[in-house]
Write a protein that binds this ligand. Structure first.
Ligand code: SAM
Length: 199
């Protein structure tokens, strides 16, 4: 599937972002050198799975955004969203601020340098990829989920084990959870999402 089919008018910008990840992202140590060849499918397109669980016009926070995943591909594919990239490490937050400026996304993408547990705001969608296992993640992110909001965590094969481990935290934060398998486009590798909603 072409970049235009996935990103519409933002296709060129999405390709620029992928090129930045494969060069500066590797030089700055944010992306492993072996990942450079598979940036597009494994990182950029994989991030789009979150779009399936993100309502129109939502406010979104990407917790532990790192080099901008999944928040930046999501913001590029969905111009209706307002996205906050939350990242505690200075080097990563600096990279994100530069990239948001270069891609001219500053009008609807913010970078906040903070840990999730120190961030005082709520969102329609809290998303994250590769940050922590679900029990710990719920402790950090549940306060960020708005009244009608949800957590959309990109997870792999461990999703159902993590869900079982998180039973106590789900109850404590009054959340219900489902596992959803999403393909960003027909024929793509399915991606597993854990979606937690307020009861
Ligand atoms: C393995 S990286 C994943 C980065 C990106 N989400 C991705 O999928 O490539 C984990 C990120 O979570 C961030 N992180 C760790 N603890 C955090 C916390 N308490 N709150 C917010 N972010 C955190 C780290 O600084 C790091 O950038």
């Amino acid at each position: 599937m072409s970049a235009e089919d996935l990103f519409g008018d933002a296709a060129g910008t999405a390709e620029r972002y992928a090129a930045i990840l494969a060069t500066r992202g590797v030089e700055w140590g944010l992306i492993g050198p072996r990942e450079a060849e598979r940036i597009w499918d494994r990182h950029v397109v994989n991030s789009l799975a979150v779009a399936a669980a993100t309502p129109q016009g939502a406010t979104v926070v990407d917790v532990g955004s790192g080099a901008g995943l999944p928040g930046l591909p999501l913001a590029l594919a969905r111009p209706d969203l307002r996205v906050t990239l939350l990242e505690p490490l200075l080097r990563r937050a600096t990279f994100l601020t530069e990239v948001v400026g270069e891609l001219s996304l500053g009008d609807r993408v913010d970078v906040v340098r903070a840990r999730a547990e120190d961030h005082d705001a709520t969102y329609d969608v809290v998303t994250c990829r590769a940050v922590a296992r679900l029990p710990k993640l719920l402790g950090w992110t549940a306060p960020l989920i708005g009244r009608r909001g949800r957590l959309v965590a990109l997870k792999g094969a461990s999703a159902s084990d993590e869900l079982a481990e998180a039973a106590k935290e789900l109850k404590r934060h009054r959340l219900t959870a489902t596992i959803e398998s999403v393909t960003p486009y027909p024929g793509a590798e399915p991606t597993t999402l854990v979606v937690c909603r307020r009861r």
